[in-house]
Design a protein around this ligand. Structure first.
Ligand code: MRU
Length: 351
């Protein structure tokens, strides 16, 4: 069963994004006609979630090529490369962004001898493919991941990893939906996910639409539920997985993983292979995005902290691989020792 909304759609040379800043109170769409619009949409979190950011950025690369099409040779390439760098810097942590822009750039390099219209056609086709593939990958990953969900399981999830965070269907939330449609009689606790409240605003909205029995909790409730044996499994997403299995994900993930380790609750991260950064040796190398203090000092338009008070607002944290039970991908579930299972995956992808 698919969602009634589309996260990302490309019509009439315009990328149409459901505006995630306004959900669930308002369902409105944000139109991107230029690569600058795309950069803004990613940076301001009109669109968010690693795979959704990747697919959006792919269209950004196409729109940059479209905008600069009247420029010749090296002038075009200079502007095109600048646009890609600009897109890459819009949010630094989710690897899917640079993964998608790199594929687009490599495709450009391989077809640039063709006439300009043909090059644009090929780039647009590739952006569509990245988006469509993401949906298929999520469905595959969800089928595989559902195997870790026991009958009648109570699942805890964090942030939003559903159709909104991807081109469609979702990763961790995709697994949860799949288990539900397989009649597993599950129950879900969704963390509100301070400070941007992706859990309260987006996951709760998606769970409600799918009619999945669920309850919203403030982030600090998770410890009590886990200690009291109320959670059978934690399943959440990833923004970047290092080659040793360290998982970078929404701030608060590390804290959950430590609780799971302490109370022997299985802890799974769900991520498409495009979220694995094979070049990164460990999570310590990952650049963690720090966001505006206003996300913490305000709730919506309401100021809650004293004006001028210092704020530390990292958007992500790194969970050490020793806390991770498994990383669920479309190619199977990676397990410890992660440096070996991830290396085997890397080799199999090259064949
Ligand atoms: O800051 P966000 O909302 O982009 O962070 C999203 C997450 O951390 C998700 O867990 C991750 O991107 C996986 S989405 C399938």
């Amino acid at each position: 069963m698919d969602e009634s909304f589309k996260t990302i759609e490309f019509i009439d040379n315009t990328l149409i994004l459901i505006d995630q800043r306004l959900l669930p109170q308002k369902v409105e769409y944000f139109l991107c006609k230029t690569f600058l619009d795309i950069e803004f949409a990613i940076r301001d979190m009109v669109v968010r979630g690693a795979p959704a950011i990747g697919a959006t950025a792919a269209y950004g690369v196409y729109l940059a090529a479209y905008e600069f099409q009247s420029l010749e040779g090296s002038q075009f390439e200079k502007k095109f490369d600048e646009a890609i760098t600009f897109l890459n810097n819009s949010r630094p942590t989710a690897v899917n962004l640079v993964w998608a822009t790199k594929i687009m750039k490599e495709k450009y390099e391989s077809v640039k001898h063709e006439n300009k219209n043909r090059v644009l056609e090929i780039l647009l086709h590739l952006a569509h493919t990245i988006k469509e593939d993401d949906i298929a990958i999520n469905k595959e990953l969800s089928k595989i991941g559902s195997s870790v969900v026991p009958q009648k399981a109570t699942i805890l999830t964090h942030c939003n990893t559903g159709a909104l965070a991807t081109a469609g269907w979702g990763t961790a939330l995709g697994i949860i939906k799949t288990a539900f449609y397989e009649n597993k009689e599950i129950f879900v606790y969704a963390d509100e996910t301070r400070p941007r409240l992706q859990g309260a605003r987006l996951t709760a909205w998606e769970l409600q639409q799918a009619n999945i029995p669920s309850t919203l909790i403030s982030d600090s409730v998770a410890a009590t539920l886990i200690r009291d044996g109320k959670i059978d499994v934690v399943i959440l997403g990833a923004d970047r997985v290092a080659s040793n299995g360290d998982v970078c994900n929404k701030i608060g993930t590390f804290m959950l993983s430590a609780l799971c380790k302490m109370y022997h609750v299985p802890f799974y991260s769900a991520a498409p292979v495009s979220t694995i950064d094979f070049a990164m040796k460990s999570g310590g190398e990952i650049i963690i995005e720090e966001r505006d203090a206003r996300e913490v000092t305000f709730i919506g338009t309401e100021q809650i902290a004293p004006t001028g008070f210092n704020v530390y607002n990292p958007a992500f944290d790194v969970t050490p691989h020793a806390h991770v039970t498994g990383i669920i991908t479309e190619k199977g579930i990676l397990r410890a020792p992660f440096n070996e299972s991830i290396e085997q995956l890397r080799i199999s992808l090259q064949k």
